[in-house]
Design a protein around this ligand. Structure first.
Ligand code: SAM
Length: 218
């Protein structure tokens, strides 16, 4: 089977399971080639629904987990999105596919080598115009481009970092895994138009730790 056939088969499975529901997000999953974002030695596993190593002790998240987070985040065309934890850049590309052409994804990664690799892959996949990747501690957010319509954190945090709440626009949403290293809950944070913040628990999940000022000291 070709990568495209494997991709369509996986997307159909995620739709059948009810994990992928929104047409724009389904379309992004159909278009973005996950095989481009995994190391060559893992390409044959690109469409197995599982996390894969990307070096430096980090992983590209499993497709069903990225799908769940995207559905909870509800990105839309024109959104300005902050992604904390670029990793491979795969989720960055999915977000770019949904928000383009008017929207933009600002992604921040703490490991310079991963940020550089992700940047190359984003260019190869054709999303450079809609993505800006920077290197730094995303637990503090990225104030230079705030506020954001959506914020997505792809690493486990001990609590919801206050700067991220501040950098969320009224009417905005954030998804973030919160909890100790081996088991977290995906939290959905909704900032109402009047600035009031509501937090809802979504699913149990396991992510690598968020490092930095508002993360874990690892
Ligand atoms: N969604 C990503 C993908 O599609 O490949 C996977 C992200 S991976 C599970 C989590 C990433 O968060 C790692 O690359 C890690 O280096 C990064 N990270 C951890 N703490 C961070 C911080 N404080 N700021 C920015 N990135 C951080």
């Amino acid at each position: 089977m070709s990568y495209t056939e494997l991709r369509i088969r996986l997307v159909n499975e995620l739709v059948r399971e009810g994990i992928l529901r929104t047409p724009e997000i389904i379309d992004a999953f159909r278009k973005v080639p996950r095989e481009l974002f995994v190391d060559e030695s893992y390409r044959d596993l690109a469409y197995v629904d599982s996390p894969l190593p990307i070096g430096f002790g980090q992983t590209i998240s499993a497709p069903h987990m990225i799908a769940l987070m995207m559905e909870e985040l509800r990105p839309a065309r024109g959104d300005k999105v902050l992604e904390v934890g670029t990793g491979s850049g795969y989720q960055t590309a999915l977000l770019a596919e949904v928000v383009k052409p008017e929207g933009h994804v600002y992604s921040i990664e703490i490991i310079p080598e991963l940020a550089e690799r992700a940047q190359r892959r984003i260019a190869e996949a054709g999303y450079s115009n809609y993505v800006t990747i920077s290197v730094g501690d995303g637990s503090k957010g990225l104030s230079a481009h705030a506020p954001y319509n959506k914020i997505i954190v792809s690493a486990a945090s001990p609590r919801i970092p206050e700067p991220l709440i501040q950098q969320l626009e009224p009417g905005g949403r954030m998804v973030i895994p919160v909890g100790p290293p081996h088991m977290q809950v995906l939290k959905v944070v909704i900032k109402e138009e009047d600035g009031m913040v509501r937090v809802r628990d979504s699913v149990a999940c396991v992510f690598v730790p968020l490092r930095g000022k508002y993360g874990w000291r690892v």
